[in-house]
Design a protein around this ligand. Structure first.
Ligand SMILES: NC(=O)c1ccc[n+]([C@@H]2O[C@H](COP(=O)([O-])OP(=O)(O)OC[C@H]3O[C@@H](n4cnc5c(N)ncnc54)[C@H](OP(=O)(O)O)[C@@H]3O)[C@@H](O)[C@H]2O)c1
Length: 215
């Protein structure tokens, strides 16, 4: 697939881009500044010389892709989506966004009482289908091709076919995606980030994860 990673200059988006590029997907790294996207693409190509990776501004990336991944801080979600709504029309938007407060190890409650993913869905409207995934996957080891990620990915969304596609992307990135129900449930996946950060701090670790058992 041709995957645009909006905010793919940051650790999480870059790391996922690395994993998907390794699996043969075409990656377009988006940034607010085209030259920053280009630089990140060059960095990725240095790690994976045979991969198909380009970099540009977020709008051009979103317009060119089959699917877009939103990988910006929560406080940048609204402005980023407002400027990209038109070019994302009709596409699938995978959000990895997890709202965290100043103390990232404490679950932060959004004033709306909703998940960031539901807020994103409301911002873009029903022509763009939002699926939340990868919140439980820390960026730390994503660019290490030999590191086996020991965590499931909770995949939340309102359309089964979209979630199937995202679960395939999880597999391509070396992880198991678990269909975790409706987009509403993303509130739990997002809250899990603070829980995992706290567990990492307490255990002086870098890759705490989650496993769903019994399925
Ligand atoms: N890091 C992790 O381990 C991890 C794990 C799970 C989930 N997440 C979630 O994934 C998302 C990305 O994480 P990250 O660590 O990669 O974040 P980050 O490095 O702080 O930000 C990612 C990119 O977002 C863009 N950005 C920053 N401020 C912005 C603003 N005010 N307006 C528009 N764009 C802005 C920047 O790209 P440009 O400057 O190039 O535009 C930046 O490189 C976050 O929502 C985070 O909660 C992260």
């Amino acid at each position: 697939m041709k995957i645009a990673i909006l905010g793919g200059t940051g650790d999480e988006g870059f790391g996922l881009g690395f994993r998907w590029a390794s699996a043969g997907h075409e990656i377009i790294i988006g940034s607010r500044k085209a030259e920053k996207g280009l630089q990140a693409a060059a960095d990725l190509m240095q790690k994976l010389p045979d991969a198909k990776v380009t970099g540009t501004d977020n709008g051009t990336a979103a317009a060119a892709a089959d699917l877009a991944v939103l990988s910006v801080p929560y406080w940048a979600q609204e402005s980023t989506l407002a400027s990209l709504k038109d070019v994302l029309d009709g596409k699938l938007l995978v959000t990895v966004v997890a709202p965290t407060g100043e103390k990232k190890s404490r679950v932060w409650r959004l004033p709306s009482g909703k998940s960031a993913a539901e807020e994103a869905q409301e911002l873009v409207g029903e022509n763009i289908r939002v699926v939340a995934a990868f919140q439980s996957i820390g960026a730390h080891h994503l660019t290490d091709p030999d590191f086996k990620i020991d965590s499931d990915v909770l995949v939340c969304g309102d359309k089964g076919a979209d979630k199937q596609l995202v679960m395939q992307l999880c597999e391509d990135a070396g992880m198991r995606g678990v269909n975790a129900g409706a987009l509403q449930n993303a509130i739990v996946a997002e809250g899990m980030v603070s829980v995992l950060i706290a567990i990492n701090i307490i255990n002086k670790a870098k890759s705490a994860g989650i496993r769903i058992t019994g399925i």
